[in-house]
Design a protein around this ligand. Structure first.
Ligand code: SF4
Length: 245
């Protein structure tokens, strides 16, 4: 578990409250007000808050919103060791742009011990176990340490996420807060355009949902999570499966 505060700058170099009067912008502005109010409520009772981000293009509006009034919140990046180099450089660009307090979460089990009896990495033979070792298990100490976990899941991303709630109980007595749940991909796009926020470099190359290299494919389906774990009966990495009833 390594905590590294990279680059911080405050206030953020771009601001969110310069919205105009069209319908989409008003709708976003109301949501931002609600997010801010909820975080103030958590803080008023001294809840410890963290946010996780995979630093995809779609993650950026939430990080931008949070950075405008709560840039001190720890932003956890679960570094599996299998990411595209473009994701790491995009992450660092966003951290600098928004002045985020980045915390790198690293696997507890060395990669050499992450191979099956045939000498293959578990992502080939047992991706659930691979996700457990590289994502779920490394996050557990943080879940015990904090009270509120914010993540940017959206209902329009998959059938599973459609059933999630804006707030719901999580593991180790945490509260899970999903402020972007009701946003759709159009709003995410509009917000990014409005604030001139950059996109992940692989978006232009046809990737729709970007995770670890071995489990990400270029694919174009209405369910954007289908570009992950292609050909496998798996659509979630384990971070959110405790919410699936
Ligand atoms: S997404 Fe793939 S490579 Fe990444 S942790 Fe899960 S199974 Fe392993």
């Amino acid at each position: 578990m390594v905590k590294s505060k990279l680059i911080t700058c405050f206030p953020p170099k771009c601001h969110i409250f310069n919205l105009g009067n069209n319908k989409i912008e008003i709708s976003i502005r109301m949501t931002i007000k609600e997010i801010k109010s909820q975080i103030e409520k958590y803080r008023s009772v001294k809840k410890k808050i963290f946010v996780t981000s995979s630093f995809q293009t779609q993650s950026i509006p939430m990080l931008h919103i949070l950075s405008s009034f709560a840039s001190d919140i720890d932003v956890l990046f679960i570094h599996t060791g299998f990411h595209f180099p473009e994701t790491i450089s995009f992450r660092d660009e966003i951290v600098e742009l928004l002045g985020l307090n980045l915390v790198e979460v690293l696997p507890l089990v060395a990669k050499i011990q992450q191979k099956d009896v045939n000498g293959q990495f578990y992502f080939v033979s047992d991706p659930d176990h691979c996700c457990y070792l590289n994502k779920t298990q490394p996050l557990e100490p943080y879940l015990k340490q904090y009270d509120v976990w914010i993540s940017g899941v959206r209902a329009d991303q998959s059938a599973i996420r459609k059933n999630m709630k804006t707030q719901q109980p999580g593991l180790f007595e945490t509260t899970r807060f999903h402020p972007m749940l009701d946003w759709n991909s159009k709003q995410i796009y509009e917000y990014r355009q409005l604030h001139h926020l950059p996109e992940h470099p692989l978006d232009k190359k046809g990737y729709q949902s970007i995770g670890c290299v071995p489990c990400t494919r270029k694919f174009d389906l209405s369910d954007e999570r289908s570009a992950r774990w292609f050909g496998m009966n798996k659509t979630e990495c384990g971070l959110h499966t405790d919410l699936i009833k």
